[in-house]
Write a protein that binds this ligand. Sequence first.
Ligand code: GCU
Length: 422
Amino acid sequence: MKKTKLLIILLIFVTGLNAQDGINYDENLMPAYTLPDPLVFPGGKKVKTVRQWETKRKPQIFRMFEEQMFGKIPEGLDIKEYRLLEESDVTPYPNGRRKQVALVLKKGEKELLIQLLLYLPKGVAKAPVFLGYNFKGNHSVTPDKAVIISSSWARDDAASGITGNRFSEKSRGTEASRWSIQRMLDAGYGVAVMYYGDVDPDRDDFSDGVHPFCYSGDQKKPLPGEWGAIAAWSWGLSQALNYLETEPAVDAGKVIVFGHSRLGKTALWAGVTDPRFALVISNNSGCGGAALSKRIFGETVKRINTSFPHWFCDNFKPYNDREQDLPFDQHELIALIAPRPVYIASALEDQWADPKGEYLGGYYASPVYHLYGKKGLESAEQPPVGVPVMNQIGYHIRPGKHDVTDFDWEQYIRFADMHLQD
Ligand code: GCU
């Protein structure tokens, strides 16, 4: 009882603070808004066929997101070298074997090492794989003592064993509850993870990670239409997929790109930019992910661009406080993944991410799925808490906070089974 009271006081305090900050959590206080129709050309003509969509309208929408939000990924920046770091049949998972590989990006003498940790189910000739980033190093996703600790920069967090911007043994396993590895292996899936900070440390600084590898002369940072960190992390996922294509025990046609929160935004952009991803999962991706920006509910464009100025390209900044002027909204981001399956998950207590806006992102993407003869999210109403909907677009809202849980993974595996099993 005492705990509940404390929580309520805390909630009032936090909500009050946010209200002062202009953050809205009230459906009645949202502005009236009109969403752009993905199936209507700027001149008013309707898209009637898959061909019109794929050859004309889809590229138009893609370019808007690319030029005005995520920024262009540099061309030709491909990793060509893979260094085997370690492999073993002995892991904490009786039916899992482990492989650790560095994806090596080179420029002259300079090297960037992106470490990939792969668990594969024993006895499966070619396994489908869940691929995603972690927030706290590969060693944080498992208690497995053999997993190499990343030496990349990390935000200090003493409770997770990160001090002096470096990981330590103490952070081993601290994020294990977010990765149901045993469950994936039991279901016949592999899992590949990377630390997102290996690709680009999550701070407003373009002198580290992949950035120094792609500018020359006087250019030290991306131009206003060039990639922000989210697009850089998406690039890293495509590099990992290139590697997985060389791995005989992986079914590279069945790689599922997954991400939570800022990494859910990343997974969506990776799904859009790289059609090789067979299925896309956005867990609590919120603003800049699945949630509609024009609702102005929870995190706003201004807030995200202010707290995290390095995530999106500079061309996105003029939309601060001007969501109504955005020529696109996030339902169109999801539409760009069509007809591939995409799953959007929300959490009830994660109002910052606007669960209803995340649902509507999928709902308003659905007409593009219909064009392919596929079902998306068919009801304008969110399903009840804890009741997943699974068509070509999947969705659930579960009880609890901003996180990844076993419940989420149960649904993702079910959804993947439904779409990827022969
Ligand atoms: C912050 C940010 C969100 C983001 C989240 C996360 O809350 O405002 O946009 O999704 O961090 O990545 O955990």
